[in-house]
Design a protein around this ligand. Sequence first.
Ligand code: SAM
Length: 365
Amino acid sequence: MAKVIPLADVRASNGTVRVDPLVFAREAGSGPLADTRGRPLHDLRISVTDRCNFRCVYCMPKDVFGRDYPFLPHADLLSFEEIARLASLFVGLGVNKIRLTGGEPLLRRRLERLIEKLAAIGGDVDLTLTTNGALLAQKARDLHAAGLKRVTVSLDSLDDATFRAMNDVDFPVARVLEGIDAAAAAGLAPLKINMVVKRGVNEDSIVPMARRFRGSGHIVRFIEYMDVGATNGWRMDDVVPAAEIVASIDREFPLVAADANYTGEVAERWRYRDGAGEIGVIASVTQAFCRECTRARLSTDGKLYTCLFATRGYDLRDLIRKGGGDEQLRDAIAGIWRLRADRYSELRTAATAAAAKVEMSYIGG
Ligand code: SAM
């Protein structure tokens, strides 16, 4: 394998690593692509906007993401052509799943055009999107027609007052449920529904959520509240451990553990014993899954991050806009991946939780 060079040689001071093509070409190597811990690159999450129409208290709290917040200007965003070009190179390097996210991806104008471009890459890529569902009822058919295969909808409670308080823009549950129905009717199935569980805020909603979607064909995934970014004031006491979530559902609706669909699947799967479908739990805090993490993230402005909890990203947009060719870009991505050593969740402490990590809305949830 190629010699590992100290990243300090190419790192700028503001959390961005300048990608010197010559340096990374040396790292690109040949043969199957794997990082320093032997993990392949299979998933790419692309943040298409850093803006959102919700202000979820645990993700984009209003006091930080207020009227004066400096969201990225349009010229800084990767264009659809730039995104599709990079995505195609990622697929060439082994990516078989692409998820569009944000911010709220449905806020990016003419997103269907990007989906068409991504669907045209071929290679049997699983093309999906994560949304808060607010605009889904009006967009589901067009998204499916453009080539989107599935969606994941975030929904933290079925209790209207709790949900309005959590999204902090007074958005009603009923409209997200309409979005879910529209997505299912448009063929964006199987649908996944993500619920972030925060102690003392929405843990009462766990069992009602399971009850509502049992037998629907939709898969609810209960997510441990994480210390992403640096603005949500995370404390370990706020986390409801996955084991507790599973136990509370199991008391009402008996569950049995199911095998993962594939290596590196984030959610631990559980089936209802009575055959009414399955749920997932994402235990990134209490049962770190870094060892099997195969995900890369492309930020809204084209920086490549190799961990959700990263403090720096590699500037691929700079390389593109300076006229970098496909080979240079491919080598850069491969070199960055080969150097990857991230395992944040295995090392998490109260001190790391306070580190200056990038925000999830920017890096892509
Ligand atoms: N706006 C879209 C949405 O709401 O799904 C996509 C972006 S959002 C950042 C993606 C996912 O990250 C959502 O399911 C959200 O609940 C989850 N998320 C955000 N902050 C989180 C945190 N601190 N811990 C766990 N999940 C979080």
